[in-house]
Design a protein around this ligand. Structure first.
Ligand SMILES: OC[C@H]1O[C@H](O)[C@H](O)[C@@H]1O
Length: 299
């Protein structure tokens, strides 16, 4: 697909990862074993971490591109339509004939917590060829990559610097070579992911950020949901608290954080300011039912 508004193919942030359909229901509680629970009517919407991140960056006024594969089916077309409607550059969304677009089954409980199970098709995983093809000739300030993609394309991507700023978002992956973390400028993980990488449980996200930095990335951010984020980078270590809000749906809050962060960094905002805005963006998102961030608030 071609974005005729941006013929030079120059974007602020390129997100590389997955797009799928979110099948979401609000439930009073999760079903107990052997029981059936009744939830709200089903909501069908475009989702996936990288898609949510790209939409967040676009809604904040950035030029965002997404590199991902979907099936050439009704869901795949729904995804490209949603992205185009949000102003995301979709020229590197590949619609694969015969493949089924992946889905995320999402239950949201009254406290806003989301429970997600992915049903992904191997046929829509990004390949090394996809990465090489999509990034050739791409001019972008920042790249955000989902590190849980298949290892070969991730290794290829991290082996050649494609942008001044390289951000990795880690959902723990058993095949990820820890040496690859050294190629990142910034690693962004949530507390659970941090604990999985460090193979330890720590209640202190600042300690986790410091420990993760020892693995190589010059800057590490650990998101802590309603508590905001902890960070460690060459100029400081600390926390950015989140405002107190009523969470309705936390799905995609981390993605909104990352989309906002990446866009601000691409625009040369100092890291601490970018984290502060990203925390606010995540908090804003949880107050709405949807994995997508609303437009950036001006106040
Ligand atoms: O981070 C939220 C996203 O995770 C899952 O991938 C869902 O698709 C959802 O949109």
């Amino acid at each position: 697909m071609t974005d005729t508004r941006n013929p030079a193919h120059r974007v602020d942030v390129t997100f590389i990862g997955r797009a799928n359909i979110d099948l979401t229901i609000q439930v009073p509680h999760r079903a107990r074993p052997g029981r059936t629970a009744k939830g709200s009517p089903l909501t069908v919407s475009a989702g996936g971490k990288s898609l949510n991140q790209a939409i967040a960056a676009a809604r904040h006024g950035g030029q965002a591109a997404l590199i991902a594969n979907v099936g050439a089916d009704a869901w795949g077309h729904h995804i490209t339509t949603t992205l185009s409607g949000a102003g995301v550059d979709t020229r590197h969304i590949r619609l694969i004939p015969g493949a089924s677009t992946g889905a995320a089954i999402i239950e949201v409980t009254p406290d806003g917590e989301s429970y997600i199970t992915l049903a992904l098709s191997p046929a829509t995983e990004l390949t090394t060829d996809d990465i090489n093809h999509a990034t050739a000739g791409l001019t972008t300030q920042a790249v955000v990559v989902q590190l849980d993609l298949p290892p070969e394309p991730v290794t290829t991507l991290l082996s050649h610097r494609r942008a001044p700023i390289l951000i990795g978002n880690l959902v723990p992956h058993p095949h990820l070579d820890p040496a690859l973390l050294q190629r990142l400028d910034i690693l962004v993980v949530n507390q659970h992911e941090a604990a999985a990488i460090l193979r330890t449980t720590t209640d202190d996200p600042v300690n986790a950020a410091v420990a993760l930095r020892r693995l190589g990335p010059p800057a590490v951010i650990v998101t802590v949901g309603q508590h905001g984020a902890a960070y460690s980078h060459p100029h400081g270590t600390g926390t950015v608290p989140a405002p107190t809000v009523q969470a309705i749906d936390t799905t995609g809050a981390g993605d909104a954080f990352l989309g906002s962060l990446a866009l601000d960094l691409a625009r040369n905002t100092p890291l601490h300011d970018a984290i502060t805005t990203a925390v606010r963006t995540g908090s804003h998102t949880v107050q709405h039912i949807s994995a997508h961030t609303p437009a950036r608030e001006t106040s």
